[in-house]
Design a protein around this ligand. Structure first.
Ligand code: RBF
Length: 159
């Protein structure tokens, strides 16, 4: 994976708009929660570092990555946020479920980006094993949650 050669979690907050007035909605999958909690922490801390305030950050949990689709749709329709960020961790097992769920989640989130005026940011790790996921959720290859947070701020600023 490309991330092995680079830690992408560094950012220049002075080059970003201040996030103090932005409202963020997270939908977080509980499956592989050691990974998804690391991703959430990376994203949350980056948002606060960029000026966001805790009261403007909503978090919902869902059981697994497949439920991110329904959770994000519901958040778009019921909560006044400027961006929705979905967080999940899919780890390849012995079955074809991995491919099916990955495909379903990617397509579901893609459709939401076409359906709604508010962007949906994709922070779902799809790895071969748990170690690869831990390495990218606050480990040696940085934290994809940080990158999702920065993407969210940039997409809100797009208008
Ligand atoms: N959800 C995840 O978020 N990550 C996984 O790695 C994952 N693996 C699964 C493997 C199998 C065989 C099944 C049946 C489900 C898995 N799920 C996983 C749960 C899935 O996202 C969803 O919560 C359930 O299928 C219930 O709709």
């Amino acid at each position: 994976m490309a991330t092995e050669n680079k830690n992408l979690s560094n950012y220049d907050k002075n080059a970003l708009p201040n996030a103090k007035d932005f409202r963020f909605g997270f939908v977080v999958s509980e499956w592989n929660d050691d990974v998804t909690e690391g991703l959430y922490k990376g994203a949350y801390d980056a948002l606060i570092d960029c000026g966001a305030i805790n009261e403007n950050i909503v978090r919902w949990n869902v059981p697994g990555s497949f439920e991110l689709i329904f959770g994000a749709k519901k958040m778009h329709e019921e909560v006044h946020v400027d961006v929705v960020i979905v967080i999940g961790s899919l780890i390849k097992g012995e079955t074809l479920h991995f491919e099916y769920i990955c495909e379903g989640v990617v397509q579901g989130i893609k459709e939401m980006n076409l359906m709604y005026q508010i962007p949906t940011i994709f922070c779902v790790l799809t790895d071969n094993n748990k170690q690869q996921s831990l390495d990218r959720s606050g480990g040696i290859y940085g934290n994809k949650g940080v990158e999702a947070a920065i993407s969210a701020i940039k997409m809100i600023a797009l208008g």
